[in-house]
Design a protein around this ligand. Structure first.
Ligand SMILES: Cc1ncc(COP(=O)(O)O)c(C=O)c1O
Length: 436
């Protein structure tokens, strides 16, 4: 293992006194006030003024009619997926999922919480490869997927790292094929997209939409999430499902399977205090992204891309991707990796270890779902069609796999909004030394 602290390439750089993180919560002071208020008034449950407030405020912010506070973003995606499944295929028995026997097209480059709810509902995820313009679901690969699996009626997609995907094309394809969209806006709260000429918020674009207040997100409740929608009926259904599916009866009466997914009024207090600071957090994250773009401009790397005409990301995480001809030898196994330094080149493995040695936290690009052991036997569709079994012992080369390529050459940079410009300069300098 390389000893970065004593490597002459890094001479003169001292480990950062205060660790620079990938993305941490940023508390102000109103969070405490609203949590205290909930405790003082004894509203320490899954009802209360904080919940009412944040549901109203978030619906307004996202530009939808209703928001339902839930325990986490994963719960929101689960109930969104279940609603879609029920609309498409009817109510399932209590011991079965609504997607049993059905395939669902899913973002491939995302956190697994986007797609696991398809499995919770007994569906089979079919992973759709990624495009290079925004690192999200590739509309051309989605079109191919509908050629291969014309019966599919549901698409689950995320906006990776806060950058909106190509939603105009994706929506048009889904409309043509009569498919519904579950939009996972967990990472992209506050990001805007030009949908058919009009600017809208991510989280308002799908047929069923979810956001997250996880501790690492752009605003947080420590945990928490929301289902957001224009449909009163869907909002009411999610409210019911999330509180154990109680019927309107004097006793506990159940006609449907239920969940304990509701947001607590304490968590909602933290979210309530955070909401006014969303624009400030986005501005700070954008400044971090721009400082990296400028500071790394002379290296053989690119920043995570976004479409300046069509979108305004929330810049939740800054990432880089190393040019192919500047990649030093680098291999990954299931849980370990090996790299070798070569002059003028580097690798995500080397850069992340170097940053860590100097007390800065980065992270590999989210490993694509089609490469995950749990989903390795699921179909994967690229712009060329079936993305599985494309190598051939008798023919050189293999098929396109954009997600695998971004995973191999990319990494998430320390993106904390509280990182000082001086510390970011040190991070940038460490990355430069990696390429020496
Ligand atoms: C893309 C994406 N979807 C879903 C989630 C799940 O949200 P939560 O942690 O609130 O359940 C996360 C992150 O946590 C995420 O990054």
């Amino acid at each position: 293992m390389q000893d970065f602290l004593h490597d002459p390439r890094f001479s003169g750089i001292e480990p950062l006194k205060n660790k620079v993180w990938l993305s941490t919560p940023t508390m102000h002071s109103d969070e405490q006030k609203w949590v205290d208020e909930a405790i003082r008034t004894n509203w320490v449950s899954t009802v209360g003024a904080n919940i009412d407030h944040v549901e109203k405020a978030m619906a307004e912010l996202i530009g939808v009619r209703y928001a339902v506070g839930l325990s986490c973003g994963t719960a929101a995606i689960h109930l969104a997926t279940k609603l879609a499944g029920e609309k498409l295929y009817g109510q399932a028995k209590p011991n079965a999922g609504t997607l049993a026997g059905h395939r669902v097209f899913c973002s491939d480059m995302t956190f697994d919480a986007s797609v696991n709810p398809v499995a919770y509902e007994d569906g089979e995820a079919v992973f759709i490869d990624t495009e290079r313009e925004t690192w999200n679901m590739d509309p051309a690969a989605l079109e191919k997927a509908f050629e291969l699996y014309p019966d599919v009626k549901l698409v689950v997609l995320a906006h990776l790292y806060g950058t909106p995907g190509r939603m105009n094309e994706i929506k048009a394809i889904c409309e043509r094929h009569g498919a519904l969209i579950v939009e996972d806006a967990a990472e992209s709260l506050g990001a805007k997209y030009k949908l058919n000429g009009a600017w809208v918020e991510t989280g308002s674009i799908g047929d069923y939409n979810a956001i997250s207040f996880n501790g690492n997100k752009i605003i947080t409740g420590s945990s928490g999430g929301m289902f957001v929608t224009d449909s009163l009926q869907d909002a009411n259904k999610v409210r019911k499902w999330s509180t154990q599916s109680r019927e309107n009866a004097p006793w506990y009466q159940h006609e449907e399977i239920g969940y304990n997914y509701r947001m607590s009024n304490i968590i909602a207090g933290v979210v309530r205090g955070q909401i006014p600071y969303l624009p400030e957090h986005i501005a700070q994250k954008k400044a971090v992204w721009e400082r990296y773009e400028k500071g790394l401009a002379d290296l053989p790397v690119k920043m995570n891309p976004w479409n300046r005409e069509m979108s305004e990301p929330n810049f939740w995480l800054s990432c880089l991707i190393i040019d192919e001809d500047a990649m030093a030898p680098f291999v990954r196994g299931e849980k370990e990796e090996l790299w070798r330094h070569e002059s003028g080149k580097s690798s995500p493995g080397e850069i992340l270890r170097a940053l860590s040695a100097f007390n800065a936290e980065g992270r590999p690009i989210w490993k694509p779902m089609h490469m995950q052991p749990i989903y390795r036997m699921h179909p994967f569709v690229t712009v060329e069609g079936n993305g599985r079994a494309r190598s051939n012992a008798y023919i050189a080369g293999a098929g396109a796999d954009v997600g695998a390529d971004i995973f191999r050459r990319g990494l998430c940079l320390p993106s904390d909004n509280k990182m000082t410009a001086e510390n970011q300069d040190i991070v940038i300098e460490i990355i430069h030394r990696c390429f020496q």
